[in-house]
Design a protein around this ligand. Structure first.
Ligand code: ADP
Ligand code: MG
Length: 708
């Protein structure tokens, strides 16, 4: 069977019906380079060819319909370019359709006989007094033709693109060349990659059958089992690869051993910690400690909703590193956040004789030199900062652990850069995120990370009440804010920031600010304003005034989205809330509810809202649970927008849908873990096919040559 590979690797150009020009477009538009690529270009939908539409039911423009109709009139018309075109009027009992051919006029003319009934299948063009179809397919009624596309009752529909269609490959033509391909590979057997025992266990058909029937299935049942098999393949090999590579990393990469929980950790726990840790915090600290003692490099994701208390966990973990004689660093995505971490951590470790350093783009000149050299010579215990930390100029004496806060703003690259900060053994990595990610996603996105979850908020937190108000009821908002301020509380007012129109946003913010000034005049009220275009010192100045309670209202753009901690603030007003995404709304809401007072999140919107915006608002009002929000978000937006997803390969899935197929995915993941823990080098005879797959796809499996 080994000529199969050769044929499948043939350039698509050489397929009947393609040629160099169309091949060029197939490559550019659909990434189809070879026969194999086309074989794996699956239909997005199937049309039931047993259903005939009535001519007066073809209501959607540019949609495929099939009608049974009698030929009424055939006209051959000579165009200005001296070329003939064919206009054919056909009728069924409900009306008439005009069919038009610009090409193959003679052939079509010979096919059709006035008064005879045919099946026509094509895209409807609406407009004028009647519907038209350009170049529909013709099929004789009761024909005994058994050309495969029409043999079954399901006809495949393929996505084409505008440019590809112009080059002569619309959806229908893609179907035709796929038919040519299947004819060509009819006698080839596609070897299976999945071992028999798995196929049996999950009652899956073999790959050969699946690939050959997915394009032109004869029955629904045939389609169903083919789909199931191809979906399984896709998810299986994705998980298999991820888990294989992760095991290899674990086997290979040594980690610094932190076997002591020593003086600093204990001192902090007994003297400086002002509250009891939550059960979840204790649990994740234990999980992380276990990693740190194991001798294997840690690469862990710490998920915890806003306000769940990740900072304390980060600090205590860093203290363990210090107790073992190593340095630690903490990186945050913005200057404000990094500063805040610096301030709060410096406060938390007061009296412990630790050196905390700060590094960001705004640390310059002599101060920068000082920090750089004391980091390099080990005088700094904890270095806190922005992404400036990963610059090459920042060298550590002995970095033991790097903690990265709010990971959705950084990427895999930044994590990798941290690895290179030490020479022999890489520092342990802990990534913290407040973006709750549904299980399927984190399983795939962070397949190389272990995951810990803080699923409990510190006690005494009052549920945040979320309200939706239309702009018309602003007076109600104003009097509510006044009453809260009277009770000693503070208030955030946030305006959206949309990158394309920064100017406009600033105007919104300015206007909003001026409006607020009228309702909340000085000196009775004090207001801070913060936006992205302000100089860092000015921003910090305003923030600090708010933090210290010198101002009661903070008007800002979304710069406060992440991590800002002002426990006395109890009201979050979000203006134009319809312009925010769900996870952003949730992040913003997390800025309040941090103190002991009951807190409110008020979503202001205009009256007219899109269906999606309504759904977002409804979700926000309905739940405070970050995971529920994340699920809803994923359902509303689809997974396409989630950062990091593009690189993950998840978007390349052709058959599966990470939301709809969550259950299968979890099962398959367990299966892969099972296989790999029983047979980590894939040596057992029963896994021979997997071994073969790995060898054929070596580049995707880390260090295969070294293990095998
Ligand atoms: P996040 O997970 O969003 O980063 P933080 O670490 O900023 O949350 O913590 C939010 C607030 O909760 C802080 O003021 C912190 O001091 C407080 N906090 C953290 N853990 C506890 C706890 N176990 N009990 C009481 N308060 C806590
Ligand atoms: Mg935080």
């Amino acid at each position: 069977m080994d000529n199969s590979k050769e044929i499948l690797n043939t350039s698509i150009e050489f397929l009947k019906g393609v040629g160099p020009r169309r091949a060029e477009f197939l490559r550019k538009e659909l990434n189809i380079f070879t026969f194999k690529d086309l074989l794996f270009y699956f239909p997005y939908r199937y049309l039931d060819r047993t259903v005939f539409h009535k001519s007066n039911e073809m209501t959607d423009d540019k949609t495929l319909y099939q009608i049974k109709a009698k030929v009424d009139e055939i006209d051959k018309i000579k165009g200005a370019n001296n070329k003939y075109r064919l206009h054919v009027i056909v009728r069924d009992n409900y009306g008439l359709v005009e069919l038009i051919w610009f090409q193959g006029v003679k052939w079509v003319e010979n096919q059709l006989v006035v008064g005879k009934e045919y099946i026509f299948f094509g895209k409807v063009e609406k407009g004028g007094s009647h519907n038209k179809m350009i170049h529909p397919d013709i099929e004789e009624l009761n024909s005994d033709k058994s050309d495969i596309s029409n043999f079954g009752h399901l006809s495949p529909l393929y996505n084409s693109t505008e440019r590809l269609s112009k080059a002569g490959l619309n959806g229908r033509n893609l179907s035709k060349i796929t038919e040519n391909l299947l004819e060509k590979v009819k006698h080839i057997h596609f070897d299976d990659n999945i071992p028999d025992y798995i196929l049996e266990k999950y009652k899956l058909i073999d790959l050969d059958t699946a690939l050959k029937s997915i394009h032109f299935p004869k029955t629904d049942q045939e389609l169903h089992v083919a789909r199931l098999r191809l979906k399984f393949d896709e998810l299986f090999f994705m998980q298999f690869r991820l888990i294989f590579n992760k095991l290899v990393i674990n086997r290979k990469v040594k980690g610094i051993v932190f076997d002591k929980v020593g003086e600093k950790f204990n001192y902090f726990y007994n003297n400086n910690l002002q509250f009891e840790l939550t059960g979840a915090q204790k649990r994740v600290i234990k999980e992380i400690r276990r990693d740190l003692q194991s001798g294997i490099h840690m690469n862990r994701l710490l998920q915890g909703d806003v306000g769940s208390g990740k900072t304390i966990v980060a600090l205590m973990i860093m203290l363990i590193a210090i107790d073992n004689g190593f340095q630690a660093c903490l990186m945050a995505p913005t200057e404000i956040l990094a500063t805040q971490h610096y301030t709060s951590i410096s406060n938390l470790v007061k009296g412990m004789n630790l050196n905390i350093g700060f590094m960001s783009g705004s640390v310059k000149g002599k101060a920068r030199k000082n920090i750089l050299s004391s980091t390099k010579f080990g005088a700094i215990d904890i270095l806190i900062g922005t992404h400036a930390l990963i610059e090459d100029t920042v060298e550590f004496y002995n970095l033991g652990i790097a903690i990265i806060d709010e990971q959705h703003r950084f990427g895999v690259k930044q994590r990798a850069a941290m690895w290179r900060k030490t020479e022999l053994i890489p520092p342990h990595i802990l990534v913290m995120t407040a973006t709750p990610i549904p299980r399927t996603l984190s399983m795939t996105l962070y397949g190389d990370l272990d995951v810990s979850v803080i699923d409990e908020l510190p006690p005494g937190r009052k549920e945040i009440q979320t309200l939706h108000l239309f702009d018309a009821r602003r007076m109600k908002l104003i009097s509510f804010i006044k009453s809260q301020i009277k009770d000693g509380r503070q208030v955030y007012v946030v305006y959206p920031l949309i990158e394309e129109s920064e100017k406009l946003d600033l105007m919104n913010l300015q206007e909003g600010y001026e409006m607020m000034l009228q309702y909340f005049p000085r000196p009775e009220y004090q207001m801070s304003i913060v936006h992205g275009r302000m100089a860092t010192q000015d921003k910090d100045y305003e923030m600090i005034r708010f933090k210290e309670g010198k101002t009661q209202i903070l008007v800002s753009t979304t710069v406060i989205e992440v991590g800002v901690d002002v426990p006395n603030a109890s009201v979050m007003v979000i203006e134009n809330a319809e312009r925010f995404g769900l996870s952003q709304l949730h992040q913003l809401r997390g800025r309040v509810g941090r103190g002991s007072a009951k807190s409110y999140c008020i979503l202001m919107t205009k009256y007219k809202l899109s269906a999606e915006a309504k759904e977002r608002i409804k979700t926000m009002v309905g739940t405070n649970n970050g995971f529920e929000i994340a699920e809803a978000d994923l359902k509303l937006r689809g997974p396409g927008d989630i950062e990091g997803l593009r690189q993950s390969g998840l978007l390349d899935l052709k058959m599966s849908n990470i939301i709809a197929d969550e259950k299968i995915m979890v099962k398959i993941r367990d299966l892969c873990i099972n296989i790999l823990s029983k047979d980590p080098k894939i040596e057992l005879p029963e896994n021979f096919k997997l071994r073969k797959y790995i060898i054929e796809n070596k580049q995707m499996f880390k260090d295969w040559s070294r293990i095998s």
